[in-house]
Write a protein that binds this ligand. Sequence first.
Ligand code: IPD
Ligand code: CA
Ligand code: CA
Length: 259
Amino acid sequence: MIDSIESIVREAGRTVRERHITSITTKGTKDNIVTSADIETEAFLKKRLTGLIPGSVFIGEEGDENKLPEKGYGWIVDPIDGTANFSRGIPMVGISVALFKDGEPYIGVVYNPFTDTLFRAETGKGAFRNGVPMHVSDRPLENSLFCTAWCTYHKELSPLCFRVSERLYPICEDIRRTGTAACELSMLAAGSVDLYFEINLSPWDYAAALICVKEAGGVFGRIDGDMTYDAPGPVLAANCEENLEFLRMIVAEERDRGE
Ligand code: IPD
Ligand code: CA
Ligand code: CA
């Protein structure tokens, strides 16, 4: 199954790499753009993935709202994670495909067609980058690279995000914001970055990459509890429990402080 998913994702990647964009519009806020390629790539993935598992439920960023089924198979897909990068020709983009079985995370594939980097994992079977087993880092907090963002599409939440960055910046080594949550979380799985926080991600941004994080030995959750896949919310992830708990403490303190 995972090999078939990988080849469908790679096929989508060949088209994304051509950057054939005929329209750019916005949705929700002025900063949340959607290109014709986002819509076309999602249509392609929906057709091919539901063709692979007839009767499976498809949840995609650009499609109708759907719920993961309690029994059977469900997809959670972001056709282009990093649309702002994509539309500007910045080669940091992830095609993100997660497969759930009986409501539980099962297979995750994240592919950057511009760098030809493919992350994939299957529950219980380990995680791989370009076919090579990957594992989270063992870096302590003081040497950690922290990936975060400041809530582009809901800027009313930005002050909290900036306060968290301000608290962590002197403690960690440095901060990165690459514009694709799926790739950043996959890089955490691969041990390139060590800490991750966003205040409001949608399941298609993180579902596939978190399967890789888990299989690579990493940890994640909401601010106060376990991860869920049915609604947008905060995503915290780290290379180890200790760093995750530290991040949780800072985010909770800044949330409770309010404005
Ligand atoms: C966005 C990217 C970005 C993150 C946003 C996401 P999109 O997804 O993952 O890195 O900061 O929260 O919504 O809109 O490019 O698919
Ligand atoms: Ca996204
Ligand atoms: Ca997207």
